[in-house]
Design a protein around this ligand. Structure first.
Ligand code: ACO
Length: 366
């Protein structure tokens, strides 16, 4: 019997991240995620993933400067974004934007320089599309700001506060990589055919946007809005489960305990969110876990990264339809690190499948 959804199937080796689902542990290149969230800047984590080692202060500054220099978008790509209807979903605009970047960089090799520039430009694509869809002037990037702060600056036109910077950095660090998740696998499959970096990331964006992967955080916020008050939580959750709906922000293919990123983001939300909002989120989390454990005791369903990602991005002030695209702004570092790893020791990824259809039919049979 094949493993449905490739559960527990090991498809290769990576040095980038270790996901220990039973222990609730996440490690990037040997460093615990808690350590990185507390001490590292997003650009340093990107360096860690791309180069396989912690940067010196000088190396960290150099990478930050290199990313900052690549934030501008070619005018042809801006024109593609301009041509999209204002109602376009930001993830669709981002997918189109990365594809357009590929079109204006034909024949691009899979190399580190393009991994760096694309990671810088993904944040710009989201911000520029956001400005265009609202009929606002495009804000040119600033080289003196870090990746997360510049992203917020290009969206709003104002320098972020210290609290916004801190939240953004923790979020970007935590989401930068995560083992063989669906979007990373997609990117590696595309890279394995000898295709280019932009195609691989375009495919990864398509995989990330689904609600079973990165599309959940907006729905978490919609759920919190629909629940409205702590007193409503239990009835709302029971009704949703009775309708066979999934509770967004809970359950994970690998983690059979709380996702360590959710624990860090819960504390970030506790520090920075409006207290009434945080109390609502925490009550919903507690009731959801109680009811999921009561209804599906064998499934070991716990809080995943998306639940408090939604709370933190809400506290940052990002519109909810940018949540998944912001996830992509972080994960591009991990995707490109995996694409480089795949290209460095490549063999075409081409699994097999059991045929269960009919045999022996004749086209011209009467
Ligand atoms: N709410 C209710 N029931 C759930 C949930 C949930 N959030 N998650 C899993 N289940 C149940 C399923 O209904 C199923 O129950 P059944 O056997 O009684 O039918 C059982 O648990 C197993 O579900 P699968 O889909 O086989 O589990 P899988 O490991 O494939 O799913 C997934 C993981 C997709 C994340 C799932 O937990 C889910 O849909 N969660 C909600 C969406 C979400 O939060 N997505 C973000 C994921 S994190 C990330 O990708 C960054």
């Amino acid at each position: 019997m094949p493993a449905k959804g490739l559960q527990n199937i090991v498809v290769g080796e990576t040095r980038h991240s270790l996901v220990e689902g039973e222990k609730g542990q996440l490690v990037f290149q040997g460093y615990e995620i808690q350590d990185l969230a507390q001490h590292a800047a997003f650009e340093e984590v990107a360096y860690l993933l791309w180069y396989g080692q912690k940067p010196s202060a000088e190396q960290g500054h150099a990478l930050r400067a290199e990313m900052a220099q690549h934030r501008s978008l070619p005018s042809g790509v801006i024109n593609v974004l301009r041509a999209l209807p204002a109602s376009t979903e930001p993830m669709d605009a981002l997918r189109t934007g990365v594809s357009a970047l590929g079109a204006v960089n034909p024949g691009t090799n899979i190399d580190l320089a393009h991994a760096v520039s694309l990671t810088a430009q993904v944040a710009s694509l989201i911000a520029v599309f956001h400005r265009l869809r609202h009929g606002l002037e495009i804000i040119p990037p600033r080289e003196d700001l870090d990746h997360g702060s510049n992203y917020l600056y290009m969206i709003t036109g104002s320098e972020p506060t210290a609290a916004q910077r801190a939240m953004m950095n923790v979020y970007l660090v935590l989401l930068a990589d995560h083992g063989m998740n669906a979007s990373t696998f997609t990117a590696r499959v595309i890279a394995s055919t000898g295709s280019d970096l932009y195609s691989a990331v375009t495919g990864a964006i398509g995989a990330l946007k689904g609600p079973l992967h990165g599309g959940a955080p907006r729905k978490v916020l919609d759920m919190l809005d629909a629940i409205g008050t702590a007193e409503n939580a239990e009835t709302w959750i029971r009704d949703a489960l009775a309708r066979k709906e999934r509770l967004m922000g809970f359950g994970h293919r690998v983690y059979k305990t709380t996702d360590p990123r959710a624990e860090i983001l819960r504390e970030t939300a506790r520090t920075y969110s409006e207290p009434a909002f945080f109390r609502l989120a925490q009550t919903v989390e507690e009731r959801a876990l109680e009811i999921l454990h009561e209804k599906k005791p064998d499934q070991r369903l716990y809080t995943n990264v998306e639940f408090y990602s939604a709370a933190v991005m809400h506290a940052v002030g990002l519109p909810r339809d940018l949540f998944t695209a912001t996830f992509a702004a972080s994960r591009t570092a991990g995707w490109t690190a995996h694409i480089l790893e795949q290209a460095a020791d490549n063999r075409l990824i081409r699994p097999d499948v059991d045929y269960v259809g009919p045999t022996g039919l004749k086209w011209n049979a009467s």
